[in-house]
Write a protein that binds this ligand. Structure first.
Ligand SMILES: [Zn+2]
Length: 240
C-alpha cells in the first residue's frame, strides 16, 4: 500500500500531504471521538425518534451528510471565519467530498457524503483537481466503497449559493460524474436551527443550478451546533 502511494504522480502526493497537514493542524482526527460520544448520548432516545420518523413518513433527503464530514467542514470553515477574527481577515476554505451512492436510479436514491478532505484556504480559492481520474483512483485504492462525489467550499457571511466561478468549477465536476455535488457552507450562519449549508447541482440543459435536500445523518441542527462548539473550543484550549 505505501509503496503504491509512492508511485502516485508528485502533484497527488503533494495534495495528499497538504490534506494531511491541514487535518493535523486543525486536529480534525478528533472528530471520530466527538461523533462517537454523540452517538452514545443519542442512543437512548433514538428508538423513540425512529418510531416518530416512521409515523411521520418523512420524505427522504437527496443528500445524506455523515456527521464526520459535516463537522470537519464546519470546523475548517469556522477556523478561518468567525466572530473572534476581524471580518476583513476572513477567508474561504475549500475541500473535497468522498462518499458513495445508495439506491442508484431508484426513487430512494441518495448521495452519501462520508468524508470531507480539507484542501486549502485563502483568498483566491478554487480547487482544481488537475486530473480527477488519478485522484479518484487514489481514493478507490484507499477505500473501494468511496469515491470523489464532489467538492465543498465556504462563503463566510454571504450565504450558500453558486457564484459564476463556482458554477464553472462545478460544471467540470459534473462532466466527470454527472451526479457530483457542490456543497457550500456559510460558517457565520451556523446556529442551533441552521446547518448553514446548501447543496447544489447543475441542470446542464437549462444552464442553471438547483438546490438538493440534505440532512446530517442522525444529528439534529442543535446537536451539530453543540458538537461543533465543543470541537472549536477543544482546539482553543489546547493551543492556549
Ligand atoms: Zn463560492
Amino acid at each position: 500500500m505505501e509503496d503504491e502511494e509512492n508511485n502516485y504522480p508528485a502533484e497527488y502526493r503533494k495534495l495528499l500531504e497538504k490534506i494531511e497537514a491541514i487535518e493535523k493542524t486543525l486536529e480534525l482526527y478528533k472528530v471520530d471521538k466527538i461523533v462517537e460520544d454523540v452517538a452514545k448520548e443519542t442512543k437512548e432516545i433514538s428508538e423513540e425518534a425512529i418510531f416518530e420518523d416512521i409515523l411521520q413518513i418523512k420524505p427522504i433527503s437527496e443528500i445524506v451528510l455523515k456527521p464526520k464530514a459535516y463537522l470537519k467542514l464546519a470546523k475548517h470553515s469556522l477556523t478561518y471565519a468567525n466572530d473572534s477574527i476581524p471580518k476583513k481577515k476572513w477567508v474561504e476554505v475549500i475541500g473535497l467530498l468522498t462518499g458513495n451512492i445508495r439506491g442508484e436510479e431508484t426513487p430512494l436514491e441518495q448521495v452519501v457524503v462520508e468524508n470531507y478532505w480539507p484542501v486549502d484556504q485563502g483568498d483566491a480559492v478554487s480547487v482544481e483537481i488537475v486530473d480527477q481520474n488519478i485522484f479518484t483512483e487514489i481514493f478507490h485504492k484507499k477505500n473501494s466503497e468511496h469515491f470523489i462525489i464532489g467538492w465543498a467550499h465556504s462563503h463566510p457571511s454571504y450565504t450558500p449559493f453558486l457564484s459564476g466561478d463556482d458554477y464553472d468549477t462545478h460544471l467540470r465536476y459534473q462532466t466527470f460524474w454527472n451526479k457530483s455535488i457542490a456543497l457550500v457552507i456559510d460558517p457565520l450562519m451556523l446556529s442551533p436551527k441552521d446547518y448553514g449549508i446548501g447543496v447544489f447541482r447543475i441542470q446542464q440543459e437549462k444552464q442553471k443550478y438547483y438546490q438538493l435536500s440534505v440532512e446530517v445523518e442522525g444529528m439534529s441542527c442543535e446537536a451539530c451546533y453543540e458538537s461543533i462548539n465543543t470541537f472549536m473550543k477543544n482546539q482553543a484550549d489546547n493551543s492556549s
